[in-house]
Design a protein. Sequence first.
Length: 208
Amino acid sequence: MSPIQHLIPGLLEAILAWLWTSRMDWFFGVDMGIYYDPELPPIVPDGFLSLGVERVFDENLRLSYVLWEEKVMPIVALEVVFHKRRGEYSTKKKMYAEMEILYYVVYNPQRRRKAPLEVYRLVNGEYVLQPGNLVWLSEIGLAIGYERGTYQGITRDWLYWYDKQGVRYLTPEELAIAAEQRATTAEQRAQRLAQQLRRLGIDPDSLS
């Protein structure tokens, strides 16, 4: 597996962890097996999202996602295609449809002739391709799409979450940078004010 196949779903998870920090009714798995049949090996998407489940079991977290224990099917399955296909457009797509996962997202950043991002919605047991780069997932209250950005020092196209107006939600790194910039601006403003007070013969330290 390419590191990109781990980082792309990892970024989506990190954004959700900030965006839904007060919610404990969701879970995003990265490279985690979904056990859907006691007699069969798990299927392992690059990422998946479940709603209406416990976000945290205990301090050890989940090692896998066992459907007959969770009793909730993931609502989104994500596959990232890199270098070579692993059945993302065939066997895995068919299996996710049989499992009745509502949304299937396939991201192939190396595609040139076709759109790199395909979002399918399950309609009458069949996946129907949803148009556009930004696709609104109404049951989740988020849109998913891709654009160029920087994550962990890597500048490239990444998958992001967006609001209904198409405004991208910031990553934790971007939020930290923005907070640091605001703090620096506030400090600079305070220093300028202190200088102006001193010119007027007022000691700013005496003001409280």
